[in-house]
Design a protein around this ligand. Structure first.
Ligand SMILES: [Zn+2]
Length: 408
């Protein structure tokens, strides 16, 4: 065996041990050195050396002092320390670009949002994204080299490795190279993924999803998508395109065309965009007094939220719109449950934020189509609400940091 092998092996081994110790400390928040030895199986001198490195060189861990002894030698307590390092998370949506600066403990230091200005085209949107990053970096007192990276959630078919968005129906982009565009504008390392998959990642890392090995996040907003977790891992598919739940066809005979070109896709029939369009139709035909009243006779103000509001206020036609959309969602979600058998479904996105009543009617609609006629299907809102994608973008970066891997 060439002599270089041992050296490589020991470097790799050291890094693996360090990652194992850091992840353990991160998970436990605080822990004694003796418990690290017990839980990792590493020797006490190795643990002491790694902990010293994590404190003095990497700055991710701090001493908490001596803990309570229960008979033996008093334990040396250490804790994860995320207060000195920062991450920027970006949620690039069709309407807004939202950004937050957080420390590694996920304490938000600053957040801003600006209009995406989709109508101005791809390059303008990239400029706006860079503006959000710049403004966050200007936070008073921030030392820029303490910002370890930027995580970005984007709606669309994201091919992570090549950095290409092949097709984003929400944005109307085809074959754009995000890596190239952002490298020209941003000097910090960045990483991005599909915004719904990031919702699932954030849910798994920091949300109620932590307690489950198999779950799906369904994001219903302007479009519809799913982030799938199977046996604790998010599903990418062969080219990063898994989860295009909005484009399963739920009504083959429908004459409603989807942004993708097909007819009768779930997204075409039940997304926020569709609900808003049907609300506008009711307004145009003067078939919903409540909608006219709520939008103050300005159809431009009719969005899905307003239609839900009209339905809740007892408007029959608005209720019919929601019922039809809910039924299509039930068909889609039942297919997904039949296929994947998740423990729980988390609902995210603007449409999903319409309260318990909506989630309950969704549950009822879905249960009607389940092959097992399984009752008590567990459907819950995502843990972080509006912050689901941002939390996922944050956890995408943190995951790399805790593995000592580079972002790009
Ligand atoms: Zn479609």
């Amino acid at each position: 065996m060439p002599s270089g092998y041992n050296k490589v092996d020991s470097t790799v081994m050291n890094k693996m041990n360090k990652v194992q110790v850091l992840r353990l400390i991160h998970n436990k928040k605080n822990i004694s050195r003796a418990d690290i030895v017990k839980l990792t199986g590493l020797t006490p001198p190795t643990v002491t050396r790694i902990v010293e490195q994590l404190i003095n060189e990497d700055g991710f861990v701090k001493y908490l002092g001596i803990g309570d002894s229960n008979g033996g030698r008093p334990p040396v307590m250490v804790a994860f320390d995320g207060t000195e390092s920062y991450v920027i998370a970006i949620d690039l949506g069709a309407t807004l670009i939202r950004g937050m600066l957080t420390d590694l403990n996920n304490d938000i230091q600053m957040e801003i949002q600006i209009s995406t200005e989709l109508e101005k085209g791809y390059e303008a949107v990239m400029d706006n994204l860079a503006t959000v990053v710049d403004r966050l970096l200007k936070r008073r007192g921030l030392i820029i080299n303490k910002v370890l990276g930027i995580g970005i959630g984007i709606a669309g078919l994201v091919e992570g490795k090549k950095g290409v968005i092949e097709f984003s129906p929400d944005f109307g982009w085809e074959s754009v190279n995000i890596n190239d565009s952002l490298n020209k504008r941003i000097s910090l390392p960045f990483i991005f993924d599909n915004s719904t998959r990031l919702m699932a990642l954030g849910e798994r890392a920091f949300g109620i999803g932590k307690n489950y090995r198999n779950f799906t996040v369904i994001n219903i907003g302007y479009g519809i998508a799913a982030g799938i977790v199977i046996e604790g891992e998010t599903v990418f598919g062969s080219q990063g395109k898994a989860g295009e739940f909005g484009h399963i066809i739920v009504d083959q005979k429908s004459n409603i065309q989807c942004q993708c070109g097909n007819y009768g896709c779930l997204e075409a029939l039940a997304s926020g965009r569709r609900i808003a369009a049907l609300g506008k139709e009711l307004f145009g035909k003067r078939e919903s007094l409540m909608i006219s009243e709520l939008c103050k006779n300005d159809p431009n103000l009719i969005d899905a939220k307003l239609v839900f509001e009209a339905a809740r206020a007892g408007d029959d036609n608005a209720n019919k719109v929601i019922e039809v959309a809910t039924n299509y969602l039930g068909i889609g979600i039942a297919s997904l449950v039949n296929l994947l058998d998740p423990e729980v479904i988390f609902m995210g996105g603007g449409v999903s934020s319409n309260g318990e009543m909506f989630i309950n009617s969704l549950k009822k609609a879905t249960e009607g189509y389940l092959i097992s006629r399984k009752k008590n299907l567990d459907i819950q809102p995502v843990t972080f609400g509006d912050y689901a994608t941002l939390t996922g973008a944050f956890s995408l970066v943190v995951d790399k940091i805790l593995r000592f891997e580079s972002l790009q």
